[in-house]
Design a protein around this ligand. Structure first.
Ligand code: GLU
Length: 280
């Protein structure tokens, strides 16, 4: 049997907290238990929000926690060409379209619509620019207006047919790629997106088990669609519960006392932190 390949893929926009430790340990333990491989990937496509000091802190805090990973660590900011090449494939297959809407345009359109489609996080992109003609697109691009690229989900689904994936906790899942609407795959200032780069990287790195928080469960519907469009194998998924505080609120970056750094400075041992993350 092929070796399991897992990964932990944090974004260096702050210090790691206990919730991150849980995700990291989930992947690490799965790899350890099966003699598999554990990878670390730095998801730093958002150059404006990511900081080198947080990359350094991630490496230091995970090492302190007792984890190690294969080198070299993949950094998304060094691989924009890979995502660009995949966008070109999707463009060539006529599955993406330029979207010129600003946030305000989208808001206005949603307010004007009698029944705007909704996703798990609120109203979805109403598809305004999907209906532009080739000529209108050319004219807008030539005029220099900023634009992003969106996936035409209905067209993509018409090509792939029904898809499914497996989650270790939730079982067999029928993909619902339309749940998040026509997601953005690239923006003017960031030539890729979370959905695109995570799908490409998990493929290029040969990841076979994706461990991450329940908050990213819905994103997997889109990742599954992209995998089918691009001819990638589909990994197994394990979306784990999110840690909460005493009042049942999800842990967030604002809970400064729960960063790995703060817990270490407060004198906790790595084993105690692992136990608090659910891995005694
Ligand atoms: N970079 C994402 C985050 O920090 C996680 C991506 C993933 O595990 O798929 O939330």
């Amino acid at each position: 049997m092929d070796k399991l390949v897992t990964r932990f893929a944090p974004s260096p926009t702050g210090l790691l907290h206990l919730g991150h430790a849980r995700s990291a340990l989930e992947g690490w333990r799965a790899a350890q238990d099966s003699g598999g491989r554990f990878l670390l990937r730095i998801e730093d496509i958002d150059i404006g929000r990511c900081r080198e000091e947080f990359v350094a802190a991630i490496l230091e805090d995970l090492t302190w926690l007792g984890l190690h990973w294969e080198e070299p660590v993949r950094r998304q900011s060094q691989n924009f060409d890979d995502y660009g090449a995949v966008l070109d494939r999707l463009r060539g297959a006529d599955l993406i379209y330029p979207c010129f809407c600003t946030r305000q345009d989208i808001q206005r359109e949603i307010e004007a619509a009698a029944a705007a489609p909704h996703g798990p996080d609120g109203p979805l992109y109403p598809g305004t620019c999907r209906h532009l003609s080739h000529r209108q697109r050319e004219e807008k691009i030539a005029s220099g207006v900023a634009y992003g690229l969106r996936l035409d989900v209905a067209r993509a689904v018409a090509r792939t047919g029904e898809l499914s994936w497996h989650d270790d906790h939730a079982g067999a899942i029928t993909a619902q790629p339309a749940l998040l609407g026509d997601v953005v795959l690239a923006r003017k200032d960031t030539p890729t997106s979370y959905h695109l780069s995570v799908t490409v990287d998990d493929h290029l790195q040969g990841v076979t088990l994706v461990t991450r928080g329940r908050d990213l469960f819905e994103a997997t519907h889109i990742h599954r669609l992209l995998q089918a469009l691009l001819g990638y194998a589909t990994p197994r998924y394990r979306h784990h519960d999110l840690l909460t505080d005493e009042s049942g609120r999800r842990l967030a970056k604002r809970d400064k006392a729960l960063t790995l750094r703060a817990m270490r400075e407060a004198g906790l041992a790595p084993a105690e932190v692992r136990a608090r993350a659910g891995f005694a």
